[in-house]
Design a protein around this ligand. Structure first.
Ligand SMILES: C[S@@+](CC[C@H](N)C(=O)[O-])C[C@H]1O[C@@H](n2cnc3c(N)ncnc32)[C@H](O)[C@@H]1O
Length: 231
């Protein structure tokens, strides 16, 4: 993802940004590693939604401004984008957003409290097209285990991508996870409907992220699904 962020030295994440330095160190006993990000918000009891890979923050800024009764946690591992997204939220004086600078997959696996997320948004996740890089993709069987654990009952994982081959990779995983005969944790898959569109999406858009806008200009088709936590 190319940066294109100007004046990055002037960006200010204060009040919104959370870095790994702000977290307690990861203990040797990982069962003690969980922290509760709901405590980072002015209204800890509000429902919490996560965006993985917030990029420059367009989705989260628009969504948080339109849904003030929901807390939004954006997780972004590239420092320049983390700074850009946090700075935007700060300038919009949004009190219901935090942007966390870390690897979202590790955070969900080791740090996130079970059942604390009402939704997880994953839009235009990096496809890592080379086979030797597939292990870097966010969507893996282990990620679906972690996302399932992180979600509240009936919480939803919402995914949109433009990348056909990554989509096929995801669908292969979804097939197993959404099989009604599956034992143990399971998702129910449903189509991404007009009701699932982001509040800030413009006409014809699904989620209105920077990458959706860029790829829409190139005329690319999009693939989307919603996985609901069943048990
Ligand atoms: C292709 S960009 C999409 C950005 C934004 N969602 C959009 O649609 O415009 C993918 C973003 O995910 C971030 N990212 C990728 N893997 C990540 C991970 N494991 N944890 C946190 N951020 C990640 C990248 O740094 C990048 O900003």
């Amino acid at each position: 993802m190319s940066a294109g962020i100007k004046n990055s030295r002037k960006l200010d994440a204060s009040g919104v940004g959370v870095t790994e330095a702000d977290l307690p160190p990861l203990p040797d006993d990982l069962s003690q590693a969980i922290i509760d990000p709901r405590a980072w918000f002015a209204r800890p009891d509000a429902p919490l939604e996560i965006e993985i890979g917030s990029g420059k923050g367009t989705f989260i800024v628009e969504e948080a401004a339109r849904r003030p009764n929901v807390n939004f946690l954006g997780i972004e591992w590239a420092r320049e984008f983390y700074m850009c997204a946090a700075d935007r939220c700060r300038r919009h004086a949004l009190t219901n957003v935090r942007i966390l600078h870390t690897d979202a997959t590790q955070f969900l696996r080791f740090r996130f409290p079970p059942g604390a997320a009402h939704a997880i948004h994953l839009y235009f996740s990096d496809p890592w097209p080379k086979k030797r890089h597939h292990k870097r993709r966010v969507v893996q069987d282990a990620f679906l285990t972690d996302a399932h654990r992180a979600l509240a009952p009936e919480g939803e994982l919402r995914i949109v991508t433009d990348h056909k081959e990554y989509w096929q990779w995801m669908e292969n995983l979804f097939t197993g996870w959404c099989d009604p005969a599956r034992k143990g944790p399971r998702f129910e898959r449903r189509p991404f409907t007009p009701d699932d569109r982001a509040q800030g999406a413009q006409a014809g858009e699904l989620v209105g992220t920077n990458f959706e806008r860029k790829y829409a200009r190139e005329g690319r088709p999009f693939y989307a699904a919603v996985l609901k936590k069943i048990n």
